[in-house]
Design a protein around this ligand. Structure first.
Ligand SMILES: Nc1ncnc2c1ncn2[C@@H]1O[C@H](COP(=O)(O)OP(=O)(O)O)[C@@H](O)[C@H]1O
Ligand SMILES: N[C@@H](CCOP(=O)(O)O)C(=O)O
Length: 308
């Protein structure tokens, strides 16, 4: 049996729509093994949106590898152990795709290179900002070209932490992409180009004081925040308690605030504020570090011994 651990990811990071993302220390485990025939899929926890047939996203990702290399298992058993919350803007679909591709490549003898796996994953997801960090870890700047992904990975220091606000409602990425405008004002494009460049420089040089300005966005958040009750209140309370920028994680609905000091004070203050404010949804807070490894082989005696 092959067991793969694959991280959650947060895309966009403010101004970097479809081209910036970071892997986070929150994981799914994908266990796969060749069986005599058929397809058996189990999931823990389970969810009605997790297909148990050929429509399962992990299986579909594995099949792109089998099609690419021209090798097929006789049958396949897939067991999914899911820690990444579904449809919350934390890259659960990218984890399925990158993890499925990584596992399938191991199953067929490692015929694909890392570059090829990164490309297959980004092509399947449609954008490389979640799938690339899910595959290789770190904070990634990535552009999907016709037959490759051009990217740079930055290893994130533990000093920078990600305060992840996760609400008790879902927002599908497909829906949140469909509500975006077809055309944008030239001024808004200029606004984001400058900030994305500033973000890349600030994050890689450790100049975190620039991050509140560098994480501003006019390409997607102004439209999507209407789908997320209390978005502005959560962003503002994070900034008041010292966050170096706060923004929508991926297509939402989760929100991420960047923190580089006084982590416990931030967590306690925010948790009390979340309790006392009259918010429309229930929001959980997790303080996570970046994952700098991406998809890896995960050795386990049994799946119940899984620990982060
Ligand atoms: N562990 C999983 N196994 C199979 N399918 C999954 C799993 N996790 C997520 N998915 C699929 O991905 C969909 C969520 O994708 P998406 O809307 O892009 O949200 P996210 O922001 O979490 O990536 C789910 O509805 C489900 O179809
Ligand atoms: N750039 C994409 C990222 C979607 O991420 P997800 O975690 O919400 O699937 C977008 O903003 O649509």
């Amino acid at each position: 049996m092959i067991s793969v651990k694959v991280p959650a990811s947060s895309a966009n990071l403010g101004a970097g729509f479809d081209c910036m993302g970071v892997a986070l220390k929150l994981y799914n485990i994908i266990e796969v093994e060749e069986i005599e025939k058929g397809l058996v899929i189990t999931s823990n926890p389970d969810d009605p949106s997790i297909a148990k047939d050929e429509n399962n996203l992990v299986f579909k990702a594995m099949k792109t590898v089998f099609d690419e290399v021209g090798w097929y298992p006789k049958g396949l058993r897939i067991n999914l152990i899911n820690e990444i919350p579904l449809t919350r803007g934390l890259g659960s679909s990218a984890a399925c795709i990158s993890g499925g591709i990584y596992a399938a490549n191991l199953l067929c003898g490692g015929k694909l290179s890392e570059e090829e796996m990164i490309f297959l994953a980004a092509r399947m997801e449609g954008h490389p900002d979640n799938s690339t960090p899910a595959m290789i870890g770190g904070l990634v700047f990535a552009v999907l070209e016709e037959n490759r992904v051009n990217y740079i990975k930055f290893v994130v220091p533990n000093r920078l932490k990600f305060a992840v606000f996760i609400p008790d409602f879902q927002l599908s990425t497909e829906y949140a992409r469909n509500i975006l405008p077809k055309y944008i004002d030239f001024k808004d494009a200029v606004f984001n180009v400058g900030r994305a460049a500033l973000f890349a420089s600030a994050i890689t040089t450790g100049n975190y004081e620039l991050l509140p300005a560098a994480t501003q966005d006019r390409l997607h958040q102004p439209y999507r925040k209407n789908l997320i009750p209390d978005f502005d209140r959560i962003v503002n309370l994070s900034l008041e308690f010292g966050a170096k920028g706060a923004f929508l994680s991926g297509a939402g609905p989760s929100i991420i605030a960047l923190i580089d000091e006084n982590y416990d004070i931030f967590e306690n203050n925010v948790k009390s504020a979340l309790k006392s404010l009259d918010l429309k949804a229930k929001w959980d807070l997790m303080i996570l570090e970046a994952d700098n490894s991406g998809a890896t082989v995960f050795s386990v005696q049994s799946s119940s011994s899984f620990k982060r």
